[in-house]
Ligand binder design. Structure first.
Ligand code: GLN
Length: 208
């Protein structure tokens, strides 16, 4: 299995480290031809406007959009979640627009308002997941096809899935907990999954 990590800026080294721990080939991706042989792609945390500008310069936007439409599983963490959204409520920016969501950038305030908390994410496992939020976005609106995986106690949506696209507002790549990465790998390779929903999606993905 080959899961590329967009490596223009941000937390790509951490994601690559975790994928390698899980025994997955994890090439850093900077050029469009490097996308060709991937089974999945991670868009890391970082600074979404900077990443977007670099993606434009490296001519990655169109190829990534096309591969997502052809069913490539993609997971965006934090800034990556912003880039996957259809719209951003508080900034003018043209995202990849792949998920039916509206997000708010820096929704908790500035760097000093970053925080860590234990989240319930039942699909990832019974034990709470220690989540690191750094100048994090939130999901303000999710259309009906979007499955909510986790919310903060006040109901704020912080993790979602839409078919083979996954997004979270926090940084699983900054913890030793491999469960969120394993969850994504089950989307990439449903054959390995214990979750029947993943196996069904493989057949239905191209219709959506
Ligand atoms: N605030 C950043 C942004 O919008 C995201 C921060 C992060 O990825 N930790 O782009």
């Amino acid at each position: 299995m080959r899961v590329g990590v967009l490596a223009l800026q941000g937390t790509f080294i951490e994601h690559i480290g975790i994928l390698r721990q899980l025994g997955v080939e994890a090439p850093p991706i900077r050029l469009s031809h490097e996308l060709d042989t991937l089974d999945g792609l991670i868009i890391p945390g970082g600074e979404s406007t900077t990443m977007l500008r670099l993606m434009e310069s490296f001519e990655l936007i169109q190829p990534i959009k096309e591969m997502a439409r052809d069913g490539l599983p993609i997971w965006g963490t934090c800034a990556g979640m912003v880039l996957l959204a259809k719209s951003v409520s508080n900034y003018e920016m043209e995202t990849l627009g792949l998920m039916d969501t509206k997000v708010r950038r820096n929704a908790f305030g500035s760097q000093i308002d970053s925080f860590e908390t234990d989240l319930e994410i039942p699909l990832v496992g019974e034990e709470p997941f220690h989540a690191v939020f750094i100048r994090a976005p939130i999901i303000e609106e999710a259309k009906p096809g979007v499955k909510i995986l986790s919310c903060l106690p006040d109901g704020t949506i912080v993790a979602i899935r839409q078919n083979r696209l996954l997004a979270c507002a926090f940084h699983p790549e900054f913890t030793d907990d491999l469960r969120f990465h394993s969850y994504f790998l089950n989307i990439v390779s449903p054959k390995l999954s214990h979750n029947p929903e993943d196996r069904i999606l493989r057949g239905s993905q191209l219709e959506s």
